[in-house]
Design a protein. Sequence first.
Length: 428
Amino acid sequence: MSQLFRRCFESGAMTGSRFRGLLFLLALVFGGIALPAQTAPLTLEQAIALARASNPALLSGRQHVTATRASEITAGLRQNPSFTFSGADVSLPANNPASPYSYTANVSRLFERGEKRRWRLDVAHATTDVTQSQYNDTERQTILQVKQAFTNMLTAKEALKIASDNLDSYSKTVDLSKARLNAGDISATDFDRIDLQLAEFEADNNAAKLDLIQASDQLQLLLGIAKPTNTFDITGTLDPPVLTQTIEQIEQSALAARPDYQATVQSVRVADAGIHLADAEGTTDPTIGGEYERTATYNSAGFQISIPLRVFDRNQGEKERTRYEAQASRFAETAARNQVINDVDQAWAAYEAAIDMAKRYNSHYVAESQRVRDNLEYSYRHGGTTLLDYLDALRDYRQINRDALTANQQVWLSIHQLSFAAATEILP
């Protein structure tokens, strides 16, 4: 469990929802609640915190960032010196006049010019920043998936409740109709039509149960739970919230926070550092060495300087390539910026359409369909209306409630998409 705390801290600053998520994990540990067998319903914030800590894809991404950061160590290493020791005629005595023994020790080292190490470090640091931003974008996408799965499960729970209530209510109507049939108030054909309608309510209830199981399994998968459990539960509301931010504010937040856009900005830094490194690689690196030699009873010292002559290869190809790559990175940054604005605009349009539809259903159609159903149900039970009118009212009520639930679901999904486009939680 201690790994959960470390992962939460590694994933970013513990502020806002992340801090609340950490408190949730603390409660899990000190409260003695086992995650796979949890019984307390999770809130959305707790689900997001758990996904950050346990989602396998995010755990893999964090390891990749750590591995990339290790490349900075390699980039900052200096050239190793080279030591050479050799001997000649070592089996002959020192007083051999023709060829006395000799020993030679040599130490040499290549010295880099053009600040190559500095530019290697700049490339490595910028590459790590890009990798971190790419991980942040993966986390952003995972959190969107968690939010969508959470909303879908809430919708499935509400749909099951509606389906169960409808089934219970209509079952009472069937029982009453059976009594009226026995009393001779309705015909057998009318009762059969009423009884056949019960199959639709039963089918709705079974389908709602399946939808809830599938939505729960999908959410548990995103939370890193290896084997889904039927004790898993969540809590929340589908009532449409009110947004206080304007589209202009959200666009500015997106440009400041979108990790995919930040990655393109950082890629420009990588490309610029690559230009400097390519220029530096075109400079000449001398190798300087010192030598000690002992021949018979005589000692001597010397030195060597080796300077490559860059007559043909002056790294021309890399110099040209890196300049084109830098220009390509700048075009990519412009494209990414435009994409951010476009994503926010489209998500905002989807939100406005969804909230308008939800307001119409919640303020008018749901209550109206319930009044019509209740009135016709009462009238039919007392012989004041036809069976056909009552069944039509039932169908309208079922459909309106489904549509209203879907409208509320779409509002939340559009809000999650808007938060995803802005890389910022837009709810107040």
